[in-house]
Design a binder for this molecule. Structure first.
Ligand code: NAD
Length: 277
């Protein structure tokens, strides 16, 4: 097992990509702490991890609140004695399609507080703990293909993920002397609630798939496996990178050759897979 004896903390780890990462960490032998705002999904996530035989804990956490972030780091150390792996995963994208000229400071602050400020300081609290321990560690930031693509329909989200890419590089440089490696993963479309909200817009889903060479959305398990790689010693000479697990979406400029508009049948099938039917 690749993470035997390690302690990992994942923000927004109660569902979606975060839970997918927690599950793969648990399968690789890590003790796992998941943070999130909703106690019900927190308990459900915890049960899934315990069913795998993992040592696991759910701690309520709002990454928009810095005290709450410090608290989850402290609770992790209290419960498991240390912190080796920190995944800054929590993220939101709730001002889709608001044109730039109409975006309010409140919309901007709401997304940036979670996606970038929460990451900046959450990583800092985790890194301070790792430095205190003196045994290095791994930090993984959740970016997106939007760090690279100029999606003006998701203006603030795209800005935040662009920031994640630069933050990851400067953190990696700053923390390397302590043996802490920092990298980011940058998914394309993945089967989660966040994507389901996007997927309810059929035209947009059609556009996304037409520009994804692999022609499908990705799974939370695939995200989890990449996170295991970035957390374990297989990736020990990799730092400051954003790994794009996106089925080729980030660099496909034009529709895939031969792509036809999504049919009713394909759309229904896709939606049913996403909804777990
Ligand atoms: N699904 C995709 O297609 C996709 C693609 C690229 C990047 N991402 C990124 O992956 C990450 C996870 O997204 P997801 O698709 O699993 O979304 P999701 O909506 O299914 O899950 C997001 C998680 O973050 C938590 N969260 C949101 N705000 C929070 C806050 N203030 N404090 C604590 N937790 C909070 C939610 O409770 C939830 O557990 C995000 O950073 C997102 O930007 C997702």
């Amino acid at each position: 097992m690749k993470l035997e004896g390690k302690v990992a903390l994942i923000t927004g780890g109660t569902k979606g990509i975060g839970l997918g990462i927690a599950v793969e960490f648990a399968r690789e032998g890590a003790s796992v702490v998941i943070g999130g705002r909703n106690p019900q999904t927190g308990q459900e996530g915890l049960q899934e991890l315990e069913a795998l035989g993992a040592r696991a804990l759910y701690v309520p956490c709002d990454v928009g609140d810095l005290e709450s972030l410090q608290n989850i780091v402290d609770k992790t150390v209290e419960a498991f004695g240390k912190l080796d792996i920190y995944v800054s995963n929590a993220g939101i994208n709730d001002s889709q399609k608001t044109p730039y000229l109409d975006i309010t400071p409140e919309q901007y602050d709401r997304i940036m507080d979670v996606n970038l400020r929460g990451m900046f300081f959450g990583d800092q609290y985790a890194a301070r703990q790792m430095v205190k321990q003196g045994t290095g560690g791994a930090i993984i930031n959740m970016s997106s293909v939007n760090a690279y693509l100029a999606l003006n329909s998701q203006m603030v989200y795209t800005t935040s993920k662009g920031g994640v890419q630069q933050l990851t590089k400067v953190q990696a440089v700053d923390l390397a002397p302590y043996g802490i490696k920092v990298n980011a993963m940058a998914p394309g479309p993945i089967e989660t609630d966040l994507m389901r909200r996007v997927g309810s817009d059929r035209q947009l889903m059609d556009t996304i798939l037409s520009r994804t060479p692999m022609g499908r959305i990705g799974t939370t398990r695939e995200c989890g496996r990449l996170a295991v790689f970035l957390a374990c010693d297989d990736s020990d000479f990799i730092m400051g990178q954003s790994i794009f697990n996106d089925g080729g979406r980030g660099f496909q400029a034009f529709p895939n050759p031969g792509y036809k508009t999504i049919t009713d049948q394909e759309y229904d099938l896709l939606r049913s897979i996403q909804e777990g039917r």
